[in-house]
Write a protein that binds this ligand. Structure first.
Ligand code: SAJ
Length: 420
């Protein structure tokens, strides 16, 4: 049985490890965090992803997956650790470097090392190869190495891991061939063979495409405010053209992918001008939301608002790079009291309340994440708790007529020409 050691048991590593284990591989999942190892060993999971608990439990119960704090010898090593941003927006590769160093004592001739973590172009060739050479083996001949970036959408990871096409970027043909042999056992999408650096850049371009497109939508939103137009209607109409697909404006772009990956390109080339500007446009959206909120509260003495949802998008528990955090921080700095409710989040930088406490004596409900539960809120009941009945929906998500019927005045981000 082929043995795979997966380093990093987060949003990407844990689904990968458990899917390989339930497909007949012997998997050792490794995480440096003892709490993660404890939780997983007991059959629980530390992240919220639909269906993941079932797959992890099945993997552990089958005996095919064990969880450890340190690596052990294996046939394949998959590195799936975070690559955060540093203060200067350059990639912080510390976790990748540490994970790669940590497998050196266990490498044997014929092993395959796969980097799944997203990283700046040339990381595999220029940084991983020299580290792995310290093992004494010929990299590419005796140890095979590939970058096979993950492409799964949080909230739909299990489906997309299996069904999406997957890029396989070996440092040479043999490495690509070896990596393909592993993924073809679990992936039903196409396996797209290329070199390691093209794989790195292609992965970054996927998220950059989306970030730039959202920046364009956010720019339409800002321009529409200047012209007193409805940006959402304009985008809807433009998208009726068969070759136009504008994305949606929002309170900002968050998460560990779109808000981070484009910087990895900017770091490598002064010509990445549009990419940098798009990041700046999207990063400015929380501030724009704060300006609009201030306007809605300008006649209110000692205002209180209710934030619904602090995650970077709906139906996930991830608050990394969430625009909500910036918005709440800025509003608090402006002496606005903020009650916060998020049914998905347990630990957060700011105090979380239950829904009722968050709404009591509030002057405005500000929807920042489109969690499905929010569709079913009772506007009538919440209205009874509020001091002023105002709703600002930054995701164009709620059924606005229901809130209007309950006496709320409703604003939607992008719909500047609203009367109510
Ligand atoms: N957003 C908008 N407007 C839109 C779409 C999204 O403002 O029209 C915002 C969301 O609210 C969120 C952010 O963008 O704050 C990112 O959300 P997302 O759903 O676009 O993407 P992620 O970050 O959850 O996952 C992305 C995916 N990439 C692409 O769709 C190209 C996923 O496939 C990648 O695997 C993942 O990044 C990753 O790990 O790189």
């Amino acid at each position: 049985m082929t043995k795979i050691c997966v380093l990093g048991l987060g949003y990407i590593g844990l689904p990968s490890a458990s899917i390989f284990a339930t497909n007949g591989f012997h998997v050792v999942g490794v995480d440096v965090d003892s709490k993660v190892v404890d939780v997983l060993s007991k059959g629980h999971i530390h992240i919220n992803e639909p269906g993941l608990k079932t797959v992890v439990s099945a993997a552990i119960q089958s005996g095919n997956m064990i969880v450890r704090q340190v690596p052990e010898p294996a046939d394949v090593f998959i590195i799936a650790v975070p690559t955060p941003l540093k203060e200067d927006n350059a990639a912080d590769l510390t976790y990748v470097l540490n994970a790669t160093e940590s497998i050196l004592p266990f490498l044997r001739k014929g092993n395959l090392v796969i980097l799944e973590s997203t990283c700046p172009p040339r990381t595999t060739e220029d940084i991983l190869v020299p580290i792995l050479q310290k093992s004494g083996y010929e990299i590419g001949d005796e140890i095979f190495l590939a970058h096979c970036p993950e492409r799964v959408l949080p909230g739909n990871i299990l489906y997309e891991f299996v069904n999406n096409d997957r890029i396989i970027g070996g440092i040479n043909d043999n490495s690509s061939h070896k990596a393909r042999e592993i993924y073809e056992k679990v992936v039903q999408g196409n396996l797209l063979i290329t070199d390691a650096t093209s794989a790195e850049m292609a992965k970054l371009m996927e998220n950059t495409y989306r970030d730039v497109n959202i920046a364009l939508a956010n720019e339409v939103c800002r321009v529409a405010y200047d012209l007193n137009l409805d940006a959402l209607e304009i985008i809807r109409l433009a998208n009726m053209h068969p070759r136009v697909n504008l994305h949606q404006p929002g309170p900002g772009v968050g998460g560990h992918c779109l808000a981070v990956d484009p910087w990895f390109i900017v770091e490598k080339s002064d010509n990445a001008k549009l990419i940098r500007l798009s990041r700046e446009i999207n990063t400015a959206m929380p501030n724009f939301v704060v300006e609009l909120v201030k306007k809605m509260l300008d006649k209110t003495v000692k205002p209180k608002i209710t934030v619904l949802g602090v995650t970077y998008k709906g139906n996930v528990d991830d608050v990394r790079e969430s625009p909500a955090t910036k918005i709440i921080r800025e509003l608090k700095q402006k002496n606005v009291e903020v009650g916060i409710y998020d049914p998905y989040v347990k630990n957060y930088e700011f105090e979380l309340s239950n829904l009722e406490d968050a709404c009591i004596s509030s002057d405005l409900i500000l929807l920042l994440a489109d969690h499905k539960e929010f569709k079913y809120l009772s506007a009538n009941e919440l209205g009874l708790l509020m001091r002023n009945k105002q709703l600002f929906d930054t995701r164009n998500y709620l059924k606005h007529s229901k809130w209007q019927d309950a006496g709320f005045s409703v604003k939607v981000l992008g719909k500047n020409n609203q009367n109510s």
